[in-house]
Design a binder for this molecule. Structure first.
Ligand code: GAP
Length: 514
């Protein structure tokens, strides 16, 4: 646990030191769970968004984009069920006065049991060496089987009590598991209560006439209310999807873990409208397709897993998370939800406007079903950033800090250095920058010895460093150094652009999905 916390602290401080993420309003001591993206962070975020948009909209003939407003008519949220049901179960510790999500306390307890299983697996792998069969060990080792059963039973009971709105049983479970307050160790808990997560605001000049509004807690509803507008103006035929990226706001109770759980965050969502009865097949399709998108980035297959929901949201008939191994364990990165016709039917009911599709093949009208894919951009950022940050030991015994962000997403693709600040080398280096900047984000750096400049760019996540030396003036060649391998090549200046393109082009990365 201590190592995990230590690693996570390193991620947070690296994000600040290298201009990725800052605490919001830091000079006023910050605002809890609100963050700003700095010069590198904004580029990484933009590149992730583009990687998603290209895969979802550009490469799918039957998916189009949308950018709906954050403010929506307040009835939207009544119809969607958010006014009545968008809440988390909270519990207070009477001694420390700290507030927690009751379900998260139980999930953290399960995570501790899972960590014990992992520990047993690591120990056994060491003991048995090459002969180790993980599957068999998980299925037969008595202690591990007990742990697995215990975790599964707790998860099942939690799902059942939350599903039945039995908050008294959630408290009972916390007491039975002897869960204590992580801050004080006290087990003196209040009852569990529901807490609505939506932020309210007002529209209008005078207090008497102002209209109560909400900041949207998900982007999805902007897609639902525009379903017919988009379908008619784009002449899309079912099955088709509408994709959108944008800010969402939630008054999270447990707002910790850096940008994992924020009060203002960005979502990338796609609603796929389908014929009723086909939802199972599309749900499986999107689960598989979205996992392939994640795997295309090469962060390691072992770092992902599916978690099928026991407790379903009020709108879903099936739901799964794609979980990622964050520095604090496996947690939800993306949700895939089979939302039935719940949302469109409710908007139809509350607005009194028909939200139906005329199926020419079936020769009938129906309210389409929806399968949704929903990923948090900030969470994806954290997954990439934390997975990419490495401390490497080098052959000469020294260490380097390197941010191995997939080259396609790196904020700066190349840094160009003159070996020395004289003899015409800066001028040639700047010429190279001026040429490359039409294609990529590149920077010029002439400060410090070249070795220190390499280290700086490694820590910054820059995949290529290009050094101009005296030979460059004679034969128009430079050295190009690869961040991940530290390999250096002598190449013609005229080839540099192609070499970078080969590594950073989205096409070759996304083709891995096929
Ligand atoms: N439209 C469905 C929906 O919003 P969700 O599971 O509540 O579903 C989808 O959210 C994704 O949004 C999550 O998988 C997560 O990546 C991201 N997300 C949700 N709450 C978040 C928060 N407070 N901070 C950062 N990301 C969040």
């Amino acid at each position: 646990m201590a190592k995990q916390e230590d690693d996570f602290k390193k991620v947070i401080s690296h994000a600040k030191e290298y201009g990725y993420v800052f605490q919001s309003s830091e000079i006023y001591d910050g605002l809890s769970a609100v963050y700003d993206y700095a010069q590198n962070g904004v580029e990484l975020k933009k590149n992730i968004r583009e990687y998603w948009w290209t895969a979802m909209v550009q490469l799918n003939d039957n998916i189009v984009g949308l950018d709906a407003a954050i403010f929506m008519h307040p009835t939207t949220w009544k119809a969607s069920g958010h006014v009545d049901a968008f809440s988390d179960p909270l519990i207070d510790n009477k001694d420390s006065k700290k507030r927690y999500r009751a379900d998260v306390l139980v999930e953290d307890h399960i995570a501790k049991i899972e960590a014990k299983i992992e520990k047993e697996v690591t120990k056994a792998a060491k003991r048995f060496g090459e002969a180790f069969d993980k599957e068999q060990f998980l299925a037969t080792n008595r202690r591990v089987v007990d742990y697995q059963e215990k975790a599964a039973n707790i998860s099942k009971r939690l799902g059942k009590s939350l599903g039945n709105e039995d908050l008294a049983d959630v408290k009972k479970l916390i007491e039975e598991l002897e869960i204590s307050c992580p801050m004080s160790g006290s087990k003196n808990w209040t009852d569990v209560k529901q807490f609505n997560l939506m932020f309210g605001t007002k529209l209008g000049a005078s207090a008497e006439t102002a209209m109560d509004l909400y900041l949207r807690p998900e982007t999805a509803q902007g897609i639902f209310v525009n379903f017919l507008n988009v379908q008619k103006s784009s002449r899309m035929k079912i099955p088709f999807g509408i994709a959108q990226t944008g800010k969402a706001f939630r008054n999270e109770i447990v707002a910790r873990q850096f940008i994992f759980r924020m009060r203002e965050f960005e979502q990338m969502e796609m609603q796929f409208f389908i014929k009723p009865g086909t939802q199972k097949e599309w749900y499986e399709h999107w689960k598989e397709h979205r996992l392939k998108w994640h795997l295309s980035l090469g962060l390691g297959e072992e770092n992902y897993r599916f978690h099928d929901h026991e407790k379903l949201a009020h709108y879903a008939d099936a739901a799964a998370d794609i979980e990622f191994r964050f520095p604090f364990g496996f947690k939800e990165l993306e949700g895939i939800h089979s939302r039935t016709d719940f949302d469109l039917s409710k908007h139809q009911e509350y607005s009194g406007k028909k939200l139906q599709y005329f199926d020419t093949e079936e020769n009938k009208n129906y309210v389409p079903y929806v399968v949704e894919t929903s990923i948090g951009l900030d969470r994806m950022f954290l997954a990439i950033f934390s997975n990419s940050l490495k401390e490497e030991e080098l052959e000469n015994g020294s260490t380097r800090t390197v941010l191995k962000i997939p080259a396609v997403l790196a904020p700066t693709k190349a840094a160009v250095f003159p070996l020395v600040k004289k003899d015409g080398l800066p001028e040639l280096a700047k010429e190279i920058v001026d040429d490359l900047k039409w294609d990529f984000n590149v920077i010029y750096d002439q400060k410090d010895a070249v070795g220190r400049r390499y280290r700086r760019q490694d820590a910054n996540g820059t995949p290529f460093c290009i050094t101009v030396d005296h030979q460059s003036l004679e034969d128009q060649t430079v050295t190009i150094r690869h961040r991940d391998t530290m390999e250096q090549q002598r190449v013609a200046i005229s080839d540099v652009k192609d070499i970078i393109h080969q590594e950073v082009d989205m096409k070759s990365w996304l083709k891995k999905m096929l």
